[in-house]
Design a binder for this molecule. Structure first.
Ligand SMILES: [Zn+2]
Length: 1013
């Protein structure tokens, strides 16, 4: 066996020499056998340790079972003190960078680039590795790839593209440890970088000579450093439980891999920019949660509808080839396909899929640290299936080195395959880009238009900025224009008010309408290289309830125009591309102060920038108009801000920055008003999970709205909450926990305290968040009492989804209950809602209806009687007539007695407080007085209109039920959300429900009509 291998290697050397004379492709197969170069010495000590730390001989491969020696280039041992994957060794990002920079200074084959910083100011890097020749001509090569990435530059000339594809070196971008508890990638990538730079075997030099490997060894740098802290704490306290990683980045945990749509996080921006600027072909993201290597490149259906089929074919080729290569090494547990659908474009890897590259993701098997552990799998994990012919073993001793062996072997075979077929992959890259540019003519749409007269220009600008972060080109019409739209979308057109009075074309059979858009309308042309991401984000999604995929991996709908409450019109008419327009590089809603006077009016269209203004001009007097009014020849809506005691120039600059239009009025208008205040906010999180609240936090920080961030433990310790705060925000925890878990926290009757504090051993743990000597205690019953007291005494408590469940199940909300769904399935979808009470300050600025994000409710139901049985929908319909005379709608009769007309049965809608009958009222202390009954602000639309985008099954269970409720409690209010209004930077359209509640905290009863029913 050994001799045979040697023979192959020896042969390959001969071919290598020959390859100078004959075309490379001819020798490819022969020169590329995996394994070291016999002429290159190996690092014996390092290689011995690889063997020692690998727990079974079949958990390695001929690609990584040795380390080539170098006289000049340091091995990872220089930075780690042991080899990559050694037990007990988990380097901080800084140590990883130090090593990469050691490589850079030791060899011209490596170069390190700084690609930006994280929210906490830590550096992110990308390491480029290739041959000396390629490294010398990086810029030249980039210019070649640029032509493939934007075929407009070569006039879509296929022959020119062929020439470039044969000449250029592709860029394969690998990203490690975005998920902080998945800890193995950094050491694997350190060693991979060394191998790519040093190994002279034909297999590796093939890669080096023909490709540029780009590596970001740590994507979530803030989280990495916290995770290493925790691991060190664990090593110092081996017998104790160590704290769970409650914070990863400053804002979110696992969801950092769901940000590739909104691009809200710095890590997403930095990776996206690097991918695009390098004109990369692949983004390969490393994760660790499945034994032993799940290449979910192939994934499962439904595939994202907007990706090019050339890409889905590439997924199949690459994924199955990966399995084939590793199967030949005899490594068990390598598979592709699996259960991961590739519907949502929110994953980091999808940056590539949406920018004409190839998205890839590995799940290898991590131990959540560098301990060697005995691992026992679930039966379904070790079962043999059609796509898992050599499944993982039921029980093994598993080491970080094993994990590193799999990661590196997978990556090396992938790189090698890519280098082998690089000409095809580069040609595909060109074709995908070309087809993106040809989109208006081949498949449509031609463009998306965002009308220049949208009533929410700041939200429109925010949506356009998402497009810009996605590197989408934006244009603006320089004069009014008309386009033809399909007429069947009439309902939608009315809703989006896209055009000025669509007129039916006289000659066309009412199948199309002509729409006019004003000058200044934004046009997102689809004849550009990154049209697919714009199309995917702005279009509608439909996931059939009958889809064979029953467990969507993530959100099923995301239509950005809907969630931003901004008008977006999909235009198939290619004439739109001929409209006079100019490219826009800076999107900014126009703002400023107009006319003269001392009272300034700013119309309220539910734009979050209004709240920013309120907090920026803290000392000015703000009032809200409780009715619409006319002044200075302009119409103003209910909720309009009236600002006094403000310096004009300050107002002028602030409104200009924010994109808000202030109109000076000579005198205050004759209209009912109440104060709009910069409420003092307590923002509460648990020590159970900070994932979902993190999206609220980043939204508040970006809007510049200050708050005191505190845990449930802290809130219970504040003696007088009302003295310090006006509003307590308790955003979703995200785990759909029972209320008692929020109260109890982790068990404290056993185990050890779980500190989350900065110490010399854990210097990075706290970061810019919160700390506690023991994460275990929850809110406690004292805390519950504190919250109740706060609201009773006039405070406002705002909750959403699971924290609404929490408040309701503790009995804080009189008359509100939660119904368990029976068949309902709403998986991260966009739903339609209707405003029920437009006079409530919470609704200021909204129209009759809008879209919202919903993930399975909760389903709120109302009762006017405390502790009353819920109106269920189970069992027979009530009030059906019994068997008797007449037709169904007739009354029965009684023989021998004159007919009596019974009183009308009270009726109420699903979102209303049910009418209380006189019989129910009699001597009933449980009847809630009309002025203390829940005030419903927003409800879910009727079942037939409920689904906007995504998957919905059994939507009738939640249809028409309340979505936002204002419940009077004592002198204060509990404001309950069933939709999640602040989510992943994708839902700016619903932010104002939260912001309105905050700014109107002491006037929420404005225009409240007591529920006398
Ligand atoms: Zn992961």
């Amino acid at each position: 066996m050994k001799t045979g291998l040697w023979c192959v290697r020896k042969l390959s050397l001969i071919f290598l020499t020959l390859s100078i004379l004959i075309p490379l492709s001819f020798t490819k197969a022969q020169v590329s056998a995996p394994g070291g170069d016999p002429k290159q010495p190996i690092d014996e000590a390092y290689t011995a340790k690889i063997k020692k730390y690998t727990t079974e001989p079949y958990f390695t491969s001929p690609l990584v079972d040795y380390l080539p020696a170098s006289k000049t280039v340091p091995t990872p041992e220089a930075a780690l003190g042991d080899i990559a994957g050694a037990p007990g060794i988990l380097p901080y990002a800084e140590q990883v960078y130090k090593y990469m920079r050691l490589l850079e200074s030791a060899t011209p084959r490596v170069k390190v680039y700084s690609i930006g910083t994280t929210e906490e100011g830590r550096e992110m890097i990308a390491v480029a590795i290739s041959s000396e020749e390629n490294m010398k001509r990086l810029e030249e090569n980039r210019a070649l790839l640029e032509k493939l990435a934007d075929p407009r530059t070569i006039k879509l000339d296929d022959a020119e593209a062929d020439k470039i594809a044969a000449e250029a070196a592709p860029v394969y971008y690998i990203t490690g440890t975005i998920h902080s508890p998945e800890t193995g990638a950094p050491t694997a990538l350190m060693e991979l970088a060394y191998r790519l730079a040093v190994d002279e075997s034909p297999y590796i030099s093939d890669i080096r000579n023909h490709m540029i490997t780009l590596i970001t060894p740590v994507v979530e740098v803030d989280g990495r450093d916290r995770m290493v802290d925790l691991y060190k704490w664990h090593l110092a306290h081996p017998k104790e439980f160590y704290p769970p990683l409650i914070y990863w980045g400053k804002y979110v945990g696992h969801d950092n891999n769901r940000d590739a749509m909104g691009v809200t996080l710095d890590l997403t921006k930095n990776v996206l920019n690097t991918f695009v600027e390098w004109k990369s072909q692949v983004l390969h993201d490393l994760h660790e949660s499945v034994p032993y290597l799940y290449d979910n490149t192939v994934g499962d259906g439904p595939y994202n509808a907007w990706v090019d089929p050339i890409l889905t074919n590439e997924w199949e080729m690459i994924g199955w080839r990966n399995v084939a290569d590793m199967t030949k090494f005899g490594m068990p547990g390598v598979f592709t396909h699996g259960e991961f659908d590739t519907w949502s474009p929110g994953y980091l890897m999808f940056i590539a899929a949406m920018h004409n590259g190839i998205s890839r993701l590995y799940e290898t098997f991590g131990n959540g640290g560098a301990d060697t552990r005995e691992r026992t799998l679930e039966p379904e994990e070790y079962a043999r299936t059609w796509y898992k012919q050599n499944p993982p073993l039921p029980k093994v001793l598993w080491s970080q080195r094993d994990n590193n062996n799999y990661e590196e072997t997978g990556l090396l075979t992938s790189l090698h395959y890519f280098s082998e077929d690089r000409v095809m992959f580069l040609k595909n890259f060109y074709l995908k880009s070309k087809r993106s540019i040809r989109k208006p003519y081949e498949e449509g749409p031609a463009a998306y238009v965002l009308p220049g007269d949208d009533p929410r220009p700041t939200l429109q600008a925010d949506l356009l900025r998402v497009m810009q972060r996605q590197h989408v080109e934006i244009s603006r019409a320089t004069s009014p224009f008309t386009v033809t739209l399909p007429a069947k979308k009439k309902v939608k057109q009315e809703k989006t008010a896209a055009a000025k009075k669509p007129e039916e074309k006289a000659e066309a059979k009412a199948e199309t309408v002509t729409c006019e858009f004003p000058a200044g309308s934004y046009i997102i042309r689809m004849d550009q290289p990154y049209s697919r991401i714009a199309d995917a984000l702005l279009d509608y999604q439909y996931w059939s309830p009958d889809d064979p995929q029953k467990t969507p991996y993530d959100d099923t709908g995301w239509t950005f125009g809907e969630l931003f409450n901004v008008q977006v019109v999909r235009v198939n008419d290619v004439k739109v591309l001929d409209v006079a327009m100019e490219r826009v590089t800076i999107v900014h809603a126009p703002g400023g102060a107009h006319a003269s006077g001392t009272v300034f009016a700013i119309n309220n269209n539910a734009e979050p920038a209004l709240a920013t203004l309120r907090y920026k001009l803290k000392d000015a007097t703000f009032d809200a108009a409780e009715d619409a009014f006319e002044a200075g020849g302009r119409k103003f809506d209910r909720g309009t801000f009236l600002i006094k005691n403000v310096d004009r120039s300050t107002l002028e600059t602030t409104t200009r920055d924010l994109g808000l239009q202030a109109y000076a009025l000579a005198t205050a208008p004759e209209v009912r008003t109440h104060p709009i205040r910069a409420a003092r906010i307590a923002y509460v999180h648990t020590w159970l999970s900070t994932q979902t609240e993190g999206w609220w936090r980043i939204a508040f920080d970006k809007l510049g709205i200050p708050y005191d961030y505190m845990s449930t433990q802290e809130i219970a310790r504040i003696p007088d909450l009302n003295a310090k705060y006006d509003v307590i925000l308790f955003p979703p925890v995200g785990w759909n926990l029972p209320a008692t878990t929020i109260v109890d926290g982790y068990p404290t009757s056993w185990g050890n305290p779980l500190p989350w504090m900065n110490t010399p051993l854990t210097p990075n743990l706290v970061g810019k968040n919160d700390s506690t000597p023991d994460m275990r205690p929850g809110l406690g019953w004292d805390g519950v009492e504190k919250l109740q007291e706060f609201v009773d005494r006039g405070g406002v408590l705002l909750t959403a989804t699971d924290t609404s469940n929490f408040a309701i199940s503790l009995g804080l909300a009189n008359g509100v209950s939660v119904t368990s769904p029976r068949k309902m399935k709403i998986v991260g979808a966009v739903v339609e809602t209707q405003l029920v009470d437009l006079a409530s300050p919470i609704a200021y600025g909204y129209g009759d209806k809008l879209a919202a994000y919903c993930d399975q409710g909760p389903i709120f139901s109302l009762s006017s009687i405390v502790g009353a049985r819920q109106r269920g929908r189970l069992g027979p319909e009530m009030n059906e007539r019994p068997t008797g005379r007449g037709r169904k709608s007739d009354q029965d009769f009684v023989v021998g007695r004159p007919e009596v007309t019974p009183p009308e049965q009270p009726e109420s809608e699903d979102w209303q407080n049910p009418t209380v009958t006189d019989e129910e009222k009699y001597n009933n202390p449980r009847v809630i007085p009309p002025d203390l009954r829940a005030r419903v602000i927003l409800r879910y639309a009727d079942a037939k209109d409920l689904l906007v985008s995504g998957l919905m099954e059994g939507g009738d269970e939640i249809a028409e039920h309340p979505a936002v409720i204002d419940v009077p409690v004592g002198r204060g209010h509990l404001v309950l959300f069933s939709v999640n209004p602040v989510y992943r930077g994708e839902t700016e359209g619903t932010y104002s429900f939260v912001l309105n509640t905050i700014m109107n905290f002491d006037s929420l009863n404005a225009d409240r009509k007591p529920d006398e029913r």
